[in-house]
Design a protein around this ligand. Structure first.
Ligand code: NAI
Ligand code: BGC
Length: 267
């Protein structure tokens, strides 16, 4: 793989599993030094770090709850202490706590919004403050910093039974767009990736079950469930100079899920 991220430092939140793991490994293989954030799965994070090191890259694992200010501060301190720099933030941590609206408990509403929205706020604010202070470093990247938020097709597609999650991803969209509008002049690029159904722990109850998997596939015109690598390829491009003119947008990587496939032969 071309070392397009040579001399760059990246933080990937939620890097112990699924999409975050795939993204961290891709960035590491592309030459970035990667801080692999995890919440509680230290073993998973160490595995991500080892895969990067085995491929000749540099990485370390760092625990933090992205929804907790002191914890995020500690993570950034550790990254600056270790790598003395930051160029890329992939704000990927997220979770589902599903329930019918009438049964949803406040704690699960708050947990999902805090993780997805407050997590994005805390991590990106820390990154932005540093990018603003440092500015562009010649021969490293055309931008002073790059931020990618892991959104979802559910930033657009309403999702009954998941109102906390869909609300958080919808909110994340306007957060990303407003942040980009506010700081693009500082040469900081902010974008989102909106995955469709990707086979990870977050939805394994669906893709590991034959019946549910069949139903899910009906929602994907391209006819397959995605893999973390599908998302990692896009993130890699979005944090590289190849996408230098891409600002404040969402790239859907969803096998066509957002094309209203329910209308095929219907309507
Ligand atoms: P996953 O469950 O493997 O990954 C989520 C990661 O976020 C886990 O490593 C988890 O420990 C971490 N996390 C949760 N709360 C955290 C906190 N407070 N602090 C730090 N880390 C925390 O599932 P997946 O699919 O890899 O999810 C990654 C992101 O992709 C999430 O934001 C999810 O909403 C998004 N996504 C996933 C899709 C899918 O089909 N798998 C589709 C669209 C979006
Ligand atoms: C959810 C997954 C789901 C996918 C497609 C993601 O945001 O986390 O559980 O499979 O959207 O609906």
């Amino acid at each position: 793989m071309e070392k397009s991220l040579k001399n760059q430092v990246a933080i990937v939140t939620g890097g112990s599993s699924g999409i975050g793991k795939g993204v961290a490994i891709y960035l590491g293989k592309a030459g970035a030094k990667v801080a692999v954030n995890y919440h509680s799965d230290e073993e998973g994070a160490n595995d991500t770090v080892n895969q990067i090191k085995e491929a000749g890259g540099e990485a370390f694992a760092i625990q933090a709850d992205v929804a907790d200010e002191a914890s995020v501060e500690h993570m950034f301190d550790k990254v600056f202490e270790t790598y003395e720099n930051l160029d890329i933030l992939v704000s990927n941590a997220g979770l589902q706590k599903d329930a019918a609206f009438e049964n949803m408990e406040l704690k699960d509403w708050n947990l999902v919004l805090n993780t997805i929205l407050t997590g994005a706020f805390l991590c990106s604010q820390k990154a932005v403050k540093y990018f603003m202070k440092r500015g562009v470093v010649d021969d490293v990247s055309k931008a002073a910093g790059k931020i990618v938020f892991m959104s979802s097709v559910h930033q657009e597609i309403p999702w009954a039974g998941h109102i906390n999650y869909a609300t958080a991803k919808g909110g994340l969209t306007e957060f990303m767009r407003t942040l980009s509008q506010e700081i693009a002049h500082k040469k900081i690029r902010v974008n989102s990736v909106a995955p469709g159904a990707i086979a990870t722990p977050i939805n394994e109850d669906v893709w590991k079950d034959d019946e549910k998997r069949k139903e899910l596939l009906k929602l994907i015109p391209y006819g397959r469930i995605g893999e973390p690598e599908d998302i990692a390829e896009t993130v890699l491009w979005l944090v590289s100079d190849k996408s230098d003119y891409v600002n404040g947008t969402t790239i859907f990587v969803d096998g066509g899920m957002s094309l209203y496939p329910g209308f095929i032969g219907n309507g």
